[in-house]
Design a binder for this molecule. Structure first.
Ligand code: AMP
Length: 525
């Protein structure tokens, strides 16, 4: 052991040595990596001064702000644990997760303080609240309050750095079925996840590098914003923080800062390109966007392409830190034509370095034929060890030494996987499986379909039948004609055609912005 641990501390230190003059931008502020490092170190030291101990858990409650970015570094750098709180949960679930995580401090923007002040009675386990309030507003609460800017002041306190196996972060899954489950990650896992992600991202068509300007639109509470706050700083990239997701302002900022790279769930991409100024503000950016969290449909990818946006799929989950695959080009694909390569970006991708991924059916690996469906199971150095305080679910997750994703996929001759469904969402009609994501992909290409979700409806005869929910102004006749075409050309089986097409003005969304199929299924009951 040479004493150099894989820690967030070392990740930041070398990034600052290499690219100390690179910028981090938030609203009308811009600061260099070097200034960020100085402030982050002061914050670390002052957190210790107010009483934060190693292993203490600090809940961060904010939009994607500069304070959040400090949290990503300053909290783990002293061996404490950052709990990224999902601000879109209902209050009772927020408090449930805070209690279950054993949070002892809160780092919060003043705009969220009402929630805390009103519910202080449920928060008797909290020892202190660090508030970002420019005017040092007074809060009527019995818990000690510290002001965030005070904690950035110079301090010469010395502290012991964490070990690479210390826990650095924790957060809770989206919880679409049952209560959210907690997962945690160590420094070592996060550093390895960053290195492997950068390795994969350096490939075509992303080629993520020092000339890029990144503005992630993955909430910082959602699986480390897919690791981008770490990978980008490690790679010396200009980082633009979006704040609250106000689409017109985000588009203006993207244009002003010449953002070249982003990442988001499909819903956010749909919202971006639906804005009336999107074309004008985005078209000269050569924007690359990683789409993850849910399948990238062909219809959305094609619409984005018309806006000059280069989309690429990525896949992962809360339990996996998150990145498992990216649809970058491998050697078998890289020399194909642009049109052919576009098809590969719509797949779920190839495993990033150090991810061992299998698609298995009845304990046997499926053939690489793009047809046989199995469950994705994975191993990698950065997967969560299990769920916080839930032995049973942890054992289920890690059956036979592999993490079971519950995602169903095929794998093609080029080694690219494509998720066709989630076990939980799978539709079984007459004992036969109907892959909802393949149907959604095709329906998304029909003129006037903006968003689509296919879910199971209980059926006396068949057990279940598919029903498609559609947001858009497509005509039902046109949809039916297209569905017959898909059947006639052999793209889908006849029995896959949904029994009903239900038009909605808005799709229900989960707390992480994905279409909430559970709500749609409930509507059908
Ligand atoms: P979460 O833990 O909330 O981020 O959700 C993870 C789940 O989102 C995965 O298990 C998949 O079901 C789904 N998911 C993520 N990325 C993709 C993708 N590229 N294609 C299809 N489903 C995805």
């Amino acid at each position: 052991m040479n004493g150099f641990d894989l820690t967030i501390n070392n990740l930041l230190e070398t990034a600052v040595m290499n690219n100390g003059d690179q910028k981090i931008v938030y609203m009308d502020r811009s600061l260099t990596y070097k200034e960020f490092y100085k402030n982050a170190m002061n914050l670390s030291k002052n957190l210790i001064k107010i009483g934060v101990n190693r292993k203490d858990v600090i809940a961060v409650i904010d939009y994607d702000s500069l304070m959040y970015m400090y949290g990503y570094y300053s909290i783990p750098m002293i061996g404490a644990v950052m709990h990224t709180v999902n601000i879109r949960y209902p209050p009772e679930i927020i408090f449930y997760t805070m209690q279950r995580a054993d949070d002892s401090y809160i780092m919060i923007d003043e705009v969220f303080m009402d929630l805390i002040v009103k519910n202080a009675a449920y928060l008797n386990f909290i020892k202190g609240i660090i508030v970002n309030s420019k005017d040092h507003k007074h809060f009527d609460i019995n818990i000690p309050v510290y002001y965030f800017d005070d904690l950035l002041k110079d301090s010469d306190l010395e502290f012991k750095e964490p070990d690479e196996n210390d826990t650095a972060t924790l957060f809770f899954t989206s919880g679409t079925t049952g209560l959210p489950k907690g997962v945690s990650f160590t420094h070592r896992q996060l550093v390895l996840h960053s290195i492997a992600s950068i390795g994969a991202l350096s490939n075509e068509p992303i080629k993520y590098n020092i000339n890029d300007v990144v503005m992630p639109l993955v909430p910082m509470f959602h699986v480390h914003a897919w690791g981008i706050p770490y990978t980008s700083i490690m790679n010396g990239i200009k980082y633009v923080l979006p704040g609250k997701y106000d689409i017109p302002r985000i588009l203006e900022t993207m244009n002003k800062e010449k953002v070249s790279m982003s990442a988001m769930v499909p819903t956010i991409l749909y919202m971006l390109i639906s804005d009336k100024n999107a074309k004008q503000l985005l078209q000269d950016l050569n924007l690359k966007v990683i789409i993850g969290g849910a399948a990238l449909s062909r219809g959305l990818a094609e619409r984005a392409r018309a806006y000059g946006i280069d989309v690429v799929s990525g896949y992962g989950m809360s339990e996996t830190a998150p990145i498992l695959t990216l649809a970058v080009y491998n050697r078998k694909v890289i020399n194909k034509s642009d049109e052919e390569k576009f098809e590969f970006r719509l797949k779920t991708g190839i495993p990033i370095p150090m991810v061992s991924l299998r698609v298995v059916n009845n304990n046997k690996d499926v053939e690489n034929n793009g047809k046989e469906i199995g469950e994705i199971i994975v191993r990698a150095p950065w997967l969560t060890n299990g769920y916080i305080k839930d032995k049973e679910k942890s054992e289920e997750l890690w059956k036979d030494g592999w993490l079971h994703t519950g995602d169903l996929a095929v794998i093609d001759e080029y080694g690219y996987i494509k998720i066709v469904d989630r076990e939980k969402d799978a539709i079984k009609s007459g004992g036969e499986f109907i892959p909802s994501l393949i149907l959604e992909d095709l329906i998304s290409t029909i003129q006037g379909v903006n968003e689509v979700a296919v879910v199971a409806k209980a059926d006396d005869k068949w057990g279940e039948r598919p029903v498609a929910f559609i947001n858009g102004n497509a005509s039902l006749d046109e949809i039916k004609i297209k569905m017959s075409e898909f059947v006639d050309t052999g793209r889908i089986a006849k029995f896959w055609v949904p029994d009903d097409f239900i038009f909605v003005n808005e799709m229900p969304k989960t707390s992480t912005g994905k279409i909430d199929k559970k709500v749609l299924r409930d509507k059908l009951r």
